[in-house]
Write a protein that binds this ligand. Structure first.
Ligand code: C2E
Ligand code: CA
Ligand code: CA
Length: 389
């Protein structure tokens, strides 16, 4: 298709662009909690032009920011219709990374929040990188401000092109969205499945959500469910729907398989990881108490703030009342108390014997916690086996 800037401008004037909404399901509840807005161009003869045919053209003509500015008010209108009908859906919309250079877009979002047209938590911005994002400090600052207002920032198409570890480490993302090609390949390739799994684990260790798209089969869905990923999106759940169809879909409130096992496994993993980090830091301290940074200053001293505590007091609460779940709290609190004692001991330059004693106690509490988590996981796995979903 040989599109010109004039074609795109005319399409905007005639209101030929709209959003279709592809539902996103939470693995914890099995319910739709929001959707991704995907742009559609309907020509006067009724034909649909897919975004892949015109977004790259808009980018090449430097018009993609115009399209975003044109579509953002539509998104807000659609969001209020969805909220009037349903609950608290969060809508994600796509922008290209180079649009971040333009302060206009962030200003638009901020204005919508300040004028109470939307609340930050109802909005997610998916950032796709066609080209390397400029390194301006001001971009990080603007994005951080949006996150402070509760807006989620997703790194889209992670693992391809410029959506790299480098960008992930530099910009303040709150969601990792792996490129759909990995999810599509993971059933046929154990290597790819391992990459999917470790990307989910990385998101967990960074304390951010992971969203997997391109879920085209029940098998892929179930695999991701036990990997501990947060949300799924794909044709097996639903394609992107025009707004009235999306509203119908939400009214039917369909439920997909859900399970707390994935999150439990991730909590286990982060706990084991953090415990090892603590051990390393303590040994670094014992080696050289004066070395800068060897004392674990950044440890979460409050038992509700570490990754495990965050899970236990948050998402994990779906398991509240389960005897194994309930008895996780005691050894976990005890571990935090022991950490505090340990820090105090290092500050007072206690003897190695005293520190060894505290480490031994800590290790025993960690084992108790680990075996309870393990028992809980095994039991839940067997329960799922016997309950057809
Ligand atoms: P994306 O953001 O990675 O969006 C996902 C694309 O994969 C969508 O195609 C979606 O319909 C499709 N998809 C979803 N589930 C499945 C699945 O299970 N299997 C397969 N094979 N495909 C699936 P779509 O709508 O054609 O969008 C293509 C791209 O266009 C998007 O990729 C995004 O980069 C861009 N785009 C869409 N809407 C906008 C927009 O409003 N603004 C900007 N700047 N870009 C947009
Ligand atoms: Ca996207
Ligand atoms: Ca994507």
């Amino acid at each position: 298709m040989d599109l010109t800037a004039e074609d795109l401008r005319r399409a905007m004037q005639r209101g030929e662009f709209s959003f279709h909404y592809q539902p996103k399901v939470s693995f914890l509840t099995g319910r739709v909690e929001g959707a991704e807005a995907l742009i559609r161009w309907r020509l006067p003869d009724g034909a649909l032009v897919p975004p892949g045919d015109f977004i790259p053209v808009a980018e090449a003509r430097g018009m993609v920011a115009d399209v975003t500015r044109h579509m953002f008010p539509r998104l807000l209108d659609d969001l209020s219709r969805i909220h009037a009908d349903q609950g608290e859906d969060r809508l994600a919309f796509n922008i290209s990374a180079n649009e971040l250079d333009d302060p206009g877009l962030i200003h638009l979002v901020r204005e919508a929040i300040e004028s109470n047209r939307i609340r930050g938590p109802h909005l997610e911005i998916e950032i796709t990188e066609g080209t390397a994002v400029s390194r301006q400090e001001v971009i990080v600052q603007r994005l951080t401000e949006l996150m402070d207002a509760g807006v989620s920032l997703a790194m889209d198409d992670y693992g391809t092109g410029f959506s790299s570890l480098e960008t992930l480490s530099r910009l303040p993302f709150s969601v990792l969205k792996l490129d759909q090609s990995f999810v599509m390949r993971m059933l046929a390739s154990t290597k790819t499945a391992t990459m999917v799994r470790t990307s989910i684990a990385m998101a967990q260790l960074l304390g951010i959500r992971s969203v997997m798209e391109g879920v085209e089969s029940e098998q892929a869905y179930r695999m991701l469910l036990h990997y501990g990923c947060s949300e799924a999106q794909g044709y097996w759940i639903s394609p992107a729907l025009p707004l009235p169809d999306y509203l119908d879909f939400r009214r039917r409130d369909p439920v997909w398989p859900c399970s707390p096992i994935g999150m439990l496994r991730m909590a286990q993993l982060t706990h084991a990881w953090q415990y090892k980090l603590l051990v390393d830091m303590l040994f670094a301290y014992l080696e050289d108490p004066d070395a800068p940074g060897s004392i674990p200053r950044h440890l979460h001293m409050n038992h509700e703030e570490c990754a495990l505590g965050d899970w236990y007091h948050g998402l994990g609460q779906v398991l509240s009342g389960d005897p194994d779940f309930d008895c996780l709290d005691r050894p976990h609190r005890r571990m935090h108390d022991l950490c505090a004692e340990m820090l105090d001991a290092t500050r007072r330059q206690a003897s190695r014997d005293r520190i060894r004693q505290l480490m031994t106690n800590l290790s025993e509490e960690s084992n108790a916690l680990h075996s309870t988590l393990q028992r809980l996981e095994m039991r839940l796995l067997f329960e799922e086996l016997h309950t057809p979903q």
